[in-house]
Write a protein that binds this ligand. Structure first.
Ligand code: AMP
Length: 190
């Protein structure tokens, strides 16, 4: 099984590119953000816990998302691998992922990072807000908090995966097709 991590700041275009990646490489897309939004919409206990955190641009507790990931690994069959989108987002989550995979003698295949400069993040998210109406895309304060959370908690993962020789970066500036081709040329190596 292949285990790809789709990495990048909020608004880099991970969700957009994920669709083409799962189709071409027969992967199952796991977006922890989308799974959490589904829980919120269904009004579950987990959804109620996540709602306030997400709508303020904060992360939900590591154990919550780790449980969701392990559940998907154990239940989805008939694919060549998984595409993790929005997970891991903290160092403890990255370590937990390694431990979950170790249980079945598996490991992360590669981290594919879509990188855009900070100045583009706000503009991209505002564009998405018009289309998708996400509550956490609604105000500049919340977006700024997500950018700060990304720099403080998620960016250190770049060095974590670089040290493991598993970090691959695609320039996220360009057309959707150009960025998709850059990503495919990375993934074709695995
Ligand atoms: P996303 O759709 O990936 O932008 O995620 C939306 C929100 O869901 C994030 O801003 C977090 O509040 C929460 N979330 C998604 N994935 C994670 C994660 N791996 N760890 C903690 N919180 C997460």
């Amino acid at each position: 099984m292949k285990y790809y991590i789709l990495f990048g700041p909020p608004g880099a275009g991970k969700g957009t590119q994920a669709t083409a990646m799962v189709e071409k490489y027969n992967l199952h897309h796991i977006s922890t953000g989308a799974l959490l939004r589904k829980e919120i919409a269904a009004g579950t206990e987990l959804g109620r816990l996540a709602k306030g955190l997400i709508e303020n641009g904060n992360l939900v507790p590591d154990e919550v998302v780790e449980g969701m990931i392990e559940n998907e690994f154990n239940t989805v069959k008939g694919i060549d691998g998984f595409l993790l989108d929005g997970f891991p987002r903290t160092l403890p989550q990255a370590e937990a992922l390694d431990n979950i995979l170790k249980k079945s003698s598996e490991e992360v295949t590669a981290t594919v990072s879509i990188m855009i400069p900070d100045e583009m993040i706000m503009e991209r998210i505002k564009g998405r807000a018009l289309k998708e109406g996400r509550a956490d895309d609604a105000s500049e304060d919340i977006i700024n908090n997500r950018i700060a959370t990304y720099h403080a908690q998620t960016e250190p993962l770049i060095d974590y995966y670089k040290s493991a020789g598993k970090y691959h970066e695609a320039d996220g500036v360009g057309t959707i097709e150009e960025i998709r081709e850059r990503i495919f040329s990375i993934m074709d190596k695995f």
